[in-house]
Design a protein around this ligand. Structure first.
Ligand SMILES: NC(=O)c1ccc[n+]([C@@H]2O[C@H](COP(=O)([O-])OP(=O)(O)OC[C@H]3O[C@@H](n4cnc5c(N)ncnc54)[C@H](O)[C@@H]3O)[C@@H](O)[C@H]2O)c1
Length: 487
């Protein structure tokens, strides 16, 4: 239960004053407090129409709306975004399709007090996902939360606990888990059809251009920047750190490893059948090919060691060829062959060791429908992507980034092997260098960032005595936007 203490209230008042000074429009600031005591949102029964609210609708959120507006047993009754332009646009779309305008909110805490909302669906910047999801569940709402479902490992743990402790349904936005082709290909691997699995490769070969450099500037009219910042540190508004491009800043995003890459990370971990954290992680890379404001690497190679298997993840943001026909997808290797998952989640194929196709998998699925079905059945086991699974895969992305962030520059000309005895990782590193060279990066002159090789205490979800690394397991939350330690 969320209580507003006197101290919190004072902190809040201070925050409102500060926000006013830095020029936020004050609309949300006036409401800057945690959501009130959970209301008595009903639990949806088998014959009830599900009353949905969509939170965040700039890009992905519009795809959510599309996914719900065609469903016969659900109505989008409310929408919420800190940007009034976004809500105005979405409201028109809803009204046109359903004939009825939704209620509009700018502050999700007000939305959570709306008793006529059963469930929410959210497509927010990553730094908001866990807090928004947990507050929603505390207010009695079921939740669909986009990927990655958390911004750090502390939040991942809370997301694993939350649905059970708060008796709510919570679906992660890793929609590939609803696709028949992916489900069947993973089942094929789990049934031992390619023999013992020793390596899963996740590939995010997705070219990304420069975001340039933009000066800080005034908060656009109709935007509540204080709420947008939420748990992140106070900072002046910058258009490059706002809609979509926040992905490339550590305070809000997780680079492409946690943006596109989380989908492929999830399939890789699922195929390996691992629920525990790996024994170790090491990540390296850089932001190559241009100079811009982004902080996260556009090229990142990460090795996770599970003892009996490895997971190797490659992010390539510059132009690149495919690997075995895969650009955005996974390749999972066993003793007798491999399975390749391609980017659209509707296709996968198994090959023998000579590269001959032995089985094909086809078929898509409706992840939003699966969420609605589970809201009705009240069974987490009916969800294709229970948030605990999303949180475990998201945690891997954050582990890779923690290693990377603790790294230091190494000349690309340095040929030292940093991957121990892993031949697969060493081969991947050679391709990493070749790919950079193909993109005009001068190997003899430039450096990459070699992350710290981190040993993981899988039971405690930390790095043992490595305090510098442990500090990156969580963040300093900006009150009152604090993810609770205890639910
Ligand atoms: N599953 C997928 O295939 C898929 C595809 C694209 C994006 N995504 C995920 O969806 C999320 C959103 O991505 P996007 O590209 O739409 O980002 P975006 O920045 O374009 O849109 C986010 C929206 O959320 C709003 N917002 C921010 N904080 C808010 C708050 N506290 N309350 C209400 N509204 C708030 C913003 O104003 C914006 O309109 C990300 O987590 C991304 O990883 C998933």
């Amino acid at each position: 239960m969320v209580k507003v203490t006197r101290r919190r209230f004072l902190e809040d008042s201070l925050l409102v004053a500060t926000a006013a000074l830095v020029g936020t429009d004050g609309i949300g600031s006036a409401l800057a407090q945690e959501p009130k005591t959970p209301n008595t949102t009903r639990t949806v029964g088998p014959n009830d129409r599900i009353r949905l609210a969509q939170i965040g609708m700039h890009g992905r959120g519009m795809a959510h709306l599309d996914g719900y507006l065609g469903q016969k047993d659900a109505t989008v009754v409310a929408i919420c975004d800190i940007d009034q332009h976004v809500t105005a646009n979405a409201a028109k779309v809803i009204e046109k399709k359903s004939g009825k305008a939704p209620r509009i909110y700018q502050d999700l805490r007000q939305l959570y007090e709306d008793k006529e909302v059963d469930a929410v669906s959210m497509a927010l910047p990553i730094h908001w996902h866990s807090l928004a999801a947990i507050w929603a569940m505390q207010a009695g709402k079921d939740v669909y939360v986009e990927k990655p479902v958390c911004h750090n490992l502390f939040e991942a743990q809370r997301m694993i606990e939350a649905p059970q402790k708060l008796s709510r349904i919570c679906q992660a936005g890793t929609q590939s888990r609803s696709h028949k082709a992916v489900q069947e290909a993973v089942a094929y691997i789990h049934a031992g059809k390619i023999g013992k699995v020793y390596l899963a490769r996740g590939l995010c070969y997705k070219p990304r251009g420069s975001i340039g450099i933009q000066p800080d500037g005034p908060v656009p009219a109709g935007v509540d920047y204080n709420i947008w910042l939420g748990p992140a540190p106070e900072r002046p508004f910058n258009p490059n750190r706002f809609h979509y491009n926040w992905h490339w800043f550590w305070d809000y995003g997780a680079g492409d490893l946690g943006n596109q890459g989380i989908h492929q990370m999830d399939i890789a971990r699922w195929a390996l059948n691992k629920t525990e954290l790996p024994n170790s992680v090491v990540s390296l890379g850089g932001r190559f090919g241009y100079v811009d404001q982004g902080e996260t690497p556009n090229t990142e190679l990460t090795l996770f060691d599970y003892g009996d298997a490895q997971l190797i993840f490659e992010v390539r943001g510059l132009k690149t060829d495919a690997l075995k026909g895969v650009k955005i997808g996974d390749i999972v290797y066993g003793e007798h062959g491999y399975v390749a998952f391609t980017g659209d989640y509707g296709k996968a194929a198994a090959f023998d060791n000579d590269g001959k196709v032995v089985q094909e998998f086809r078929g898509s699925g409706d992840h939003f429908r699966n969420y609605l079905d589970a809201i009705r059945s009240r069974k987490t086991s009916d969800l294709h992507a229970p948030v605990a699974e999303g949180a475990r895969s998201s945690a891997l992305c954050h582990l890779g980034n923690i290693s990377y962030r603790l790294g230091s520059p190494v000349p690309l000309s340095d040929k030292t092997n940093h991957f121990g005895s892993s031949k697969d990782a060493a081969e991947t590193f050679d391709r990493f260098e070749q790919h950079l060279s193909d993109n005009g990066v001068k190997l003899e002159r430039e450096t990459y960032r070699l992350g710290r090789a981190l040993k993981i205490n899988a039971q405690n979800w930390n790095f043992g005595n490595d305090q510098e690394a442990n500090a990156l397991l969580t963040r300093k939350y900006r009150a009152p936007f604090v993810v609770p330690e205890k639910l």
